[in-house]
Ligand binder design. Structure first.
Ligand SMILES: Nc1ncnc2c1ncn2[C@@H]1O[C@H](COP(=O)(O)OP(=O)(O)OP(=O)(O)O)[C@@H](O)[C@H]1O
Ligand SMILES: [Mg+2]
Length: 317
């Protein structure tokens, strides 16, 4: 677990704290999304975890060990860091950039080459085309994906990702989100990531931490942040589609009722779909309710506009 306790930071020559009395946890194996307006202290918070910036007060520990008791080099070998704005070494190739931490850990060449290949595939860049390119031969989104591959290279248990997908087009981003969720469900890394995008925070985060002016405004599960924003500022981050965002976080099974009154013919929804997907199918079909099918195609019940509204109204625990 990463435990951040009463941490504050004022940069030299500045008046206002970049981070003020900030406390929150990133539980082991979970993903925390840090969200807030530009300049609110998100990157500073990350950089204090791996000691690129030292806090003025407060403590940060990883699995109970104060990060100040660890050498910065040791720390950075065990924490994958995808830097905001990428930060690739310009004179190195893509493969050399990805292999930097494995190299420090003295992996042999073959293992580094195999790992680089695997990671380029993972982030959707053909190794045959990209491995030997330099930074100035990459688009912004490609460079960003190399930065993510570099953070993952040595398979670190802790990941810090500062706006890792901001420069990537929506289709590629969806694919990377899906990959990220797949990796995360298998490897259960402890992840702190920064985003400006509430959808991304809600899709990838187990919890969301909202910051403003260096301090914490709200921390909770995505659905609760969207359902119960503590103030107008947090609500505005949810956007005008806050309600629809909430629906995309709840599985259709939460509004399922039996017996199925929608008949077995016509459009149906998979039991693994979200309430938002179910509502979209209902609207497209122009029907008040549709059957829900399990993985074998068997009808297990139905979902209706009413049952969705009812689920939406129910208080969250
Ligand atoms: N090295 C530095 N020296 C002085 N001030 C800094 C330094 N780095 C950041 N700041 C200031 O600290 C505040 C927080 O910056 P930080 O980079 O943490 O914000 P952020 O939330 O990551 O913003 P963004 O969303 O734009 O990346 C800002 O006011 C910024 O100008
Ligand atoms: Mg930043």
């Amino acid at each position: 677990m990463i435990a951040i306790r009463n941490v504050s930071k004022v940069y030299e020559g500045t008046k206002n704290p970049a981070v003020r009395d900030l406390s929150f946890d990133v539980p082991t194996g979970e993903v925390v999304a840090l969200i807030g307006p530009s300049g609110c202290g998100k990157s500073t918070t990350m950089r204090m975890v791996n000691r690129l910036v030292e806090p003025d007060s407060g403590t940060i520990s990883i699995d109970g060990e104060d990060v100040r008791s660890l050498r910065p080099e040791t720390l950075r070998r065990h924490i994958g860091y995808a830097i905001q704005g990428v930060g690739l070494f310009p004179h190195w190739t893509v493969a050399q950039n990805i292999g930097v931490v494995p190299g420090l850990l003295q992996w042999d060449r073959t293992r580094i080459a195999e790992r680089t290949h695997e990671l380029l595939d993972l982030v959707g860049l053909d190794p045959a085309v990209y491995a030997d390119k330099h930074h100035d031969e990459l688009s912004g989104g490609e460079a960003q994906r190399v930065g993510v591959a570099r953070a993952l290279a040595a398979d670190p248990p802790v990941l810090l990702m500062d706006e890792p997908f901001s420069a990537v087009d929506p289709l590629t981003r969806d694919r990377l989100h899906a990959e990220f969720r797949k990796i995360q469900s298998a490897l259960r890394k402890t992840v702190l990531f920064v985003t400006h995008d509430m959808d991304e925070a809600a899709q990838l985060g187990d919890r969301i931490v909202v910051m403003r002016d260096g301090g914490l405004v709200q921390q909770d599960t995505p659905e609760r942040v969207l359902a119960y924003p503590v103030d107008d500022f947090v609500a505005s981050f949810g956007g005008t589609e806050r309600a629809l965002r909430r629906l995309s976080l709840a599985p259709v099974t939460e509004a399922l009722y039996t017996p199925n009154t929608a008949g077995a013919e016509g459009p149906s929804v998979a039991s693994t779909a979200s309430l938002r997907e179910a509502l979209a199918i209902i609207l497209k079909a122009g029907l008040p309710s549709i059957p829900v099918r399990d993985g074998d195609g068997a009808v297990v019940g139905a979902v209706s506009v009413e049952s969705i509204v009812e689920r939406f109204r129910r208080p969250l625990t």
